[in-house]
Design a protein around this ligand. Structure first.
Ligand SMILES: Nc1ncnc2c1ncn2[C@@H]1O[C@H](COP(=O)(O)OP(=O)(O)O)[C@@H](O)[C@H]1O
Ligand SMILES: [Mg+2]
Length: 319
C-alpha cells in the first residue's frame, strides 16, 4: 500500500513574544508523525485542545508549521501557493454555516468554486453543480436555496459538496458531525462512507467522539497535548487500547442509554505554556511510575501496526 499523506515531525508553535516577556513556546503540535495510505480512513481523537484542528489546518495550509514536513504522495506540500496540490486536500468544517456565504445561493457558491478553479468548462458548470448536489444526496432544486433556509444536515452536505467540487484525494473532516443531532450524524457518516468508497477518497476523520470514530475509521490515532500517544487498527483499539490516556478516553466515553461513566478522566490537559515534564499525561495517569515525570516516552511500535508512547507499554504484548 502506498502512502497518500505522510506527516513527519510536524511542529506548530503558537508562542509569541511580547515587549515585556520572554518568548515562551506553545507547541500545539510537537513532532507529530502520521502516515496515511491510499484510500484509508484514519480517525484522530483526543480531548479538546490536543491539537487536532491545528493538524487539520496545517494540512490545508491555514497554519504554517515551525518545522517538519507534509508530503502528498511524494510531493512536498510546502507553500500556501502550491495551488494544484492544495486542491487535492480539502476540509469539511464543524460549522458549515461559517463556510457558506449567506448572500449566495447554494448553486452560486458551488458554481463560483468551479469557475475560479477552472475545474469544468463554463457550459458544464450548471450540470456539474447538479451532479455535486446529487453526490451528497440533495435535490437539484436546492441549488436555488439560500444557506439560511437549509437544515444543519443539509448545510453540512453542501459543505461536503464544496470540498468534493475540487476533486480532492484527501478529505479532512474536522468535527464535521459534532454539531448535528444523532440521527443526522448517522446519515452524514453513511454519506461519507459511501463517498469514500465510490470516489476512492482518503479520509482523515477528526473527532472527540469515539463512537463516531469507530463507525468510520480503519485506524485510530490518539493525540494528547500535541503529541501522538497511540495508533492502532480500530477494532483492536476498542478491544485493547494500550496507552493509559486511550483507556481513560474509552472508559469515559458515554454509551447510549447508559448512565454517566463511573471513572471520569481526572482533570484537564495542561496548558501549552506549562507542559508537564516527562510524559505530559503523567499528572493525570492512574498508572504513572517514577520515570514518567522525568523521561519523555517515544512513540514506539508494540506490534507491527500498533504504536504507543508509554514507558509501560510492552513490545509484542497486549498489556
Ligand atoms: N491561533 C492560535 N493561537 C494560539 N493558540 C492556539 C491557536 N489555535 C489553537 N491554539 C491552542 O492550541 C491548542 C490546540 O488547539 P486545537 O488545535 O484547536 O485543538 P483541538 O482541535 O484538539 O481542540 C490549544 O491549547 C489551543 O488553545
Ligand atoms: Mg478542534
Amino acid at each position: 500500500m502506498t502512502s497518500m499523506l505522510s506527516i513527519r515531525e510536524l511542529t506548530v508553535d503558537y508562542g509569541h513574544r511580547s515587549l515585556f516577556t520572554r518568548r515562551t513556546p506553545a507547541l500545539a503540535l510537537d513532532r507529530v508523525s502520521i502516515e496515511v495510505v491510499h484510500g484509508e480512513s484514519l480517525g484522530i481523537v483526543g480531548e479538546s485542545g490536543c491539537g487536532k484542528s491545528t493538524l487539520a489546518k496545517c494540512l490545508v495550509g491555514l497554519v504554517q508549521p515551525a518545522s517538519g514536513e507534509i508530503r502528498l504522495e511524494d510531493r512536498l506540500l510546502t507553500t500556501r501557493r502550491d495551488r494544484e496540490h492544495r486542491r487535492r486536500v480539502q476540509m469539511v468544517f464543524q460549522d458549515p454555516s461559517a463556510s457558506l456565504n449567506p448572500s449566495m445561493t447554494v448553486g452560486k457558491t458551488l458554481a463560483e468554486l468551479l469557475r475560479v478553479h477552472r475545474l469544468v468548462p463554463t457550459e458544464r458548470i450548471t450540470a456539474r453543480v447538479h451532479e455535486l448536489l446529487d453526490m451528497v444526496e440533495l435535490p437539484a432544486e436546492l441549488a436555488k436555496a439560500a444557506p439560511a433556509s437549509l437544515s444543519g444536515g443539509q448545510k453540512q452536505r453542501v459543505g461536503i459538496a464544496r470540498a468534493l467540487a475540487l476533486e480532492p484525494d484527501v478529505l479532512i473532516a474536522d468535527e464535521a458531525v459534532a454539531a448535528l443531532d444523532v440521527s443526522v450524524q448517522a446519515a452524514i457518516l453513511n454519506l461519507l462512507r459511501r463517498l469514500r468508497h465510490e470516489l476512492g477518497l482518503t479520509l482523515l476523520f477528526i473527532t472527540h467522539d469515539l463512537a463516531v470514530v469507530r463507525q468510520i475509521s480503519d485506524r485510530v490515532t490518539v493525540m494528547y497535548l500535541g503529541r501522538v500517544v497511540e495508533t492502532q487498527p480500530t477494532e483492536r483499539f476498542f478491544a485493547n487500547a494500550h496507552h493509559p490516556y486511550s483507556r481513560a478516553l474509552l472508559a469515559t466515553a458515554p454509551r447510549i442509554g447508559e448512565p454517566a461513566p463511573p471513572v471520569p478522566l481526572r482533570g484537564e490537559p495542561a496548558s501549552l505554556h506549562s507542559r508537564p515534564p516527562g510524559c505530559a499525561f503523567h499528572p493525570r495517569c492512574p498508572s504513572a511510575g517514577a520515570e514518567c515525570g522525568s523521561r519523555d516516552p517515544e512513540l514506539l511500535p508494540i506490534t507491527e501496526d500498533t504504536f504507543v508512547a508509554c514507558h509501560y507499554a510492552v513490545p509484542g504484548s497486549a498489556r
